[in-house]
Design a protein around this ligand. Structure first.
Ligand code: ATP
Ligand code: MG
Length: 332
């Protein structure tokens, strides 16, 4: 039997952080033997706030993201790594889906509300990009989409769009499901544990995030300066959001059970908690950073992986788009 398919992606914006790793990439690597995984660098999504990204920087970020995927453990032999813009079917399908998506549905998207609040000139793309994301997923008959908790609403929208299209034009799309881990699906910012850690903010604010390929001393400094609260003793069950976040990071990186974390940290000082978390994160990310640094010396290898990945992705996407156009009566 064919393996069920997984698809997910990261935008090549800002500094890829430990939240992206725990919430998304660590799940991708864990599942790659059981599923047919397609992992794209969603460069077209990075245009949603065009003021924030220059062409030179965007290109650099795309290659860094390809290297990080491999460094985190995505095996290009088992899984498909590709760059979204190299597969033009994504934007074509997005147009057809745009026409069947009620504006009222997009009005509900909280991510648009939070991202547009901090920008004065908002492009229409920031509003409609969840539809491009739906196209990314639906093009590949995806069964599962491993993402962080913040993307749950967009996957729900994808499901609604697929069902509406199927209702209007016949059963064309598989309706996908989110795959969200229990511990670590939403890693919070170190400097403000009430907001999620985010790539774009992490690039602007020192102490906001832990970069996946940051040097050890930077990681240690960021964790030591993480915001906690006025208490003194760690409590696994009743800690404030900053303490809870550090415990979650530790647990996600080490894979320890609730009881193991509770027994190790309860009653200990915040200083002890920070030292232990810093050590587990530095050790957990070390092999990723080393592999990443080596891969960045091999641009022709990265380019070959992306070209082969795009060829495979296109071979699936072309057929699916044909089915869509047939259903719409525009299969010329
Ligand atoms: P941006 O600020 O540019 O939106 P981001 O950090 O939100 O960056 P994305 O590229 O939007 O990153 O998301 C990539 C993947 O990482 C998604 O699956 C998303 O759900 C997940 N993710 C993002 N932030 C976190 C977080 N803080 N904790 C867990 N998962 C996260
Ligand atoms: Mg995001």
């Amino acid at each position: 039997m064919d393996k069920k398919r997984i698809l997910s992606g990261v935008q090549p914006t800002g500094r890829l952080h430990i939240g992206n790793y725990i919430g998304a990439l660590s799940v991708w690597t864990k599942e790659q033997d059981q599923f047919d995984g397609l992992y794209c660098v969603v460069d077209m999504h990075a245009f949603t706030i065009p003021e924030k990204i220059s062409p030179v920087k965007l290109k650099k970020k795309v290659w860094e993201t390809v290297a990080i995927y491999i460094a985190c453990g995505i095996d290009p032999v088992k899984s498909t790594i590709f760059i979204q813009s190299m597969v033009p079917q994504h934007s074509e399908l997005a147009w057809y889906l745009t026409c069947v998506t009620p504006m009222g549905w997009l009005d509900q998207m909280v991510q648009f509300k939070s991202k547009s609040a901090s920008n004065e000139t908002i492009g229409t793309g920031l509003y409609s990009y969840p539809i491009l994301q739906a196209a990314d997923i639906l093009l590949y008959d995806t069964s599962f989409v491993p993402v962080g908790d913040d993307q749950k609403q967009h996957i729900e929208l994808t499901r609604d769009i697929a069902k509406r299209f199927n209702h209007m034009f016949g059963k064309v799309f598989r309706v996908p499901q989110p795959m969200i881990r229990e511990v670590g699906a939403r890693i919070m910012a170190l400097d403000d544990p009430d907001v999620k850690m985010s790539k774009s903010t992490g690039e602007l604010k020192i102490g906001h995030s832990i970069g996946v390929v940051d040097d050890s001393d930077i990681i240690i400094k960021a964790i030591k300066s993480a915001k906690t609260d006025s208490g003194h003793e760690v409590s696994f069950d009743n800690g404030g959001p900053g303490v809870k976040n550090l415990l979650t990071i530790h647990q996600a990186i080490t894979g320890w059970s609730d009881d193991a974390v509770r027994n190790h940290f309860n009653g200990k000082s915040y200083g002890f908690l920070k030292s232990e978390v810093a050590e587990s994160v530095v050790e957990g990310l070390r092999p990723i950073r080393e592999k990443y640094n080596a891969l960045m010396q091999e641009p022709s290898y990265l380019s070959r992986i992306a070209t082969e990945g795009a060829e495979r992705a296109q071979s699936i996407a072309r057929l699916k788009l044909y089915t869509v156009k047939e259903a719409l009566g525009i299969d010329f």
